[in-house]
Design a protein around this ligand. Structure first.
Ligand SMILES: *[C@@H]1O[C@H](CO)[C@@H](O)[C@H](O)[C@H]1NC(C)=O
Ligand SMILES: *[C@@H]1O[C@H](CO)[C@@H](O)[C@H](O)[C@H]1NC(C)=O
Length: 315
């Protein structure tokens, strides 16, 4: 049996709260960095390579002879140029980088796909998802269930219906990705906020008040002195989260909290790569411009050797 989405959440909560009661649990979704490496083009282009290719692929390129690395870069350029006008625009570059940034998400969806696609038709219906996830519960409901499966199922179905944009209750790969990773998709944000409020809003009034906000991250233990960060959080709530100062967070305020509009790494990197390689400064990149600056985009055995020479001027 595959675990439903909510069980993952519940387990995460249980694990984090049983390990250290005063440890802060975060509901905030931040954008992931493009690479864990330092971005310093004076030293090397390793950061750009990982941002452009993803970590795994960047490693592969480093093993390639320069001609092969450039040949593959040429193929990639054709893929990035999605409107096929012969140029790579900033938007196209950004979309490509965004894709590399989220590759592990696509990989994980790919990995789970065949568990859910029971009839192997390349799409996943709500019935298939429900049967796989809740089948054993539905066939033989336990007397004292550990979780409220009825609630979990209705919540999953609601999320599935939002992810399923054309309303046929069958998810294609994109829709199923949005279902499993809603915080990465603009059109799923409302349902993410709704689920979060439902989790935290103990009195069921549709808002998160200060007590509920703190109660979600901190459970006081008998005799324990309240850690300092709890006081800081109270202050955060009153000063920043509760923008209209009515003592509670509504949907909009909750969205600003859990889905902050972070610095857009993919956009910044697209602008950077464009700036580095746009020789004629027309705001877009030809294949030749990219290949002329191949060392910025992809590595190869020789560029590393070249960088080693640059770094060690004693040679
Ligand atoms: C789901 O399970 C029910 C009951 O076992 C079965 O009748 C139905 O055909 C299944 N649907 C799919 C899509 O597998
Ligand atoms: C489980 O959830 C359903 C749907 O939200 C609700 O109607 C029901 O009362 C809940 N059952 C328990 C035991 O809490």
């Amino acid at each position: 049996m595959v675990r439903p989405v909510l069980v993952f959440l519940i387990l995460a909560v249980v694990v984090s709260s049983s390990s250290k009661p005063t440890e802060r649990k975060s509901r905030v979704h931040h954008e992931e960095p493009l690479s864990a490496l330092e971005h310093d083009d004076q030293k090397n282009f390793d950061y750009d390579h990982e941002a452009f290719l993803g970590q795994e692929e960047a490693k592969t390129f480093e093993q390639l002879p320069p001609e092969e690395s450039q040949r593959r870069l040429g193929i990639i350029v054709d893929k990035i140029d999605t409107n096929r006008d012969g140029f790579v625009s900033e938007e196209e570059l950004k979309a490509w980088i965004r894709n590399a940034q989220r590759k592990h998400i696509y990989d994980s969806v790919e990995h789970q796909w065949k568990d859910f696609d029971l009839n192997g038709d390349g799409r996943i219906s709500w019935d298939e998802y429900r049967n796989v996830t809740y089948g054993s519960y539905l066939d033989d409901p336990p007397k004292e269930p550990e979780y409220n499966y009825t609630y979990m199922m209705s919540r999953d179905e609601r999320r599935f219906r939002v992810a399923d944009r054309n309303g046929d209750l069958i998810a294609d790969k994109q829709e199923f990705t949005a279902f499993l990773h809603p915080e990465e998709h603009e059109y799923m944000k409302d349902v993410v906020v709704q689920e979060t409020i439902e989790d935290i809003d103990k009195n069921g009034d549709g808002f998160i008040d200060l007590k509920e906000y703190i109660g979600d991250m901190y459970m006081s233990q008998d005799g324990e002195e309240e850690p300092e960060w709890v006081a800081t959080e109270r202050q955060q709530f009153s000063e920043f989260r509760d923008k209209n100062k009515d003592g509670k967070m509504d949907k909009e305020e909750t969205m600003d909290w859990i889905l902050p509009s972070d610095y857009d790494h993919a956009e910044a990197e697209a602008q950077h790569l464009l700036h580095e390689s746009d020789a004629n400064q027309d705001g877009k990149l030809s294949k030749k411009e990219i290949l002329d600056k191949h060392e910025v985009f992809v590595g190869s055995q020789v560029t590393d050797f070249g960088e080693a020479l640059l770094r060690h001027d004693e040679f």
